[in-house]
Write a protein that binds this ligand. Sequence first.
Ligand code: AMP
Length: 284
Amino acid sequence: MTLVLRNIPAARQWVREARNSGQSLGLVPTMGALHEGHRSLFRRARAACGRVAISIFVNPAQFGPGEDFERYPRTFEGDLAMAEQEGVDAVFHPEPGEMYPDPLLVTVHPGKLGKSLCGPFRPGHFRGVATVVAKLFHILEPDRAFFGQKDAQQAVMIQRMVRDLNFPVAIEICPTVREPDGLAMSSRNRFLSPAERARATALYRSLCRAESLLRSGVKDAARLEQEMQTMIRAVEGAELDYASVVDARTLEPVSIIDREALAAVAVRFGKTRLIDNLFLAPEK
Ligand code: AMP
């Protein structure tokens, strides 16, 4: 049976009992509208930890004005069924008022890591993410927490937050789960019209093109960026936010790919914004 914890005292009580059992505790933070990408994280957590909690919380603090907080899909009954199927022990599912009884005065600033890639397009987003993840870590006290490579900037930032601020939690980043045609699974894919859904493969195709150019010896990051941008701009209805190659650890721009880099793209189709990324490893 998966227990649903709707408030912080109930969560703390559950954590106390889990800790007393002597088992390790795994946490997978999510915003719900669960898909196979989430499922892969639950499985990884189930395999690695004695007790597994997930959180389902559409975090208002990480949505800017005019973004899709209201329209973000909420499918709690189906989500709970997936959690049950995957043997998740507890689902933390608070209301916004439980997490934010008062406007926050103190928050976690991601510094430079919040400024690259999606940063300029989503001001305040990464501060909202860092802050809610810090809160979830303090409420649920996991030994290990699991995040997806799909949200690469978030993954890098959380790893740094944990290291820089000495959170006693190990972070595991799990591979991106894709549809058969390469589109990265996302709760937002359901908003795409059939035509947009077909065109949305442009994100992954552009990343693969960058990778294959690198394989053929093109190490100039600007060339790869240009190629990705051209491919995406050629797609009807695709509005490019960015297609960039950055250092995989610092997310700073690189000029020559001589260490591990990240190719990352963000593209809007109508009101739906999609992101994707791929590691680019230089030839040894
Ligand atoms: P979200 O519910 O979108 O906030 O995502 C919750 C967690 O699932 C985050 O760590 C995401 O990176 C991860 N995730 C989302 N989509 C995928 C995917 N397609 N493959 C792997 N992990 C994913």
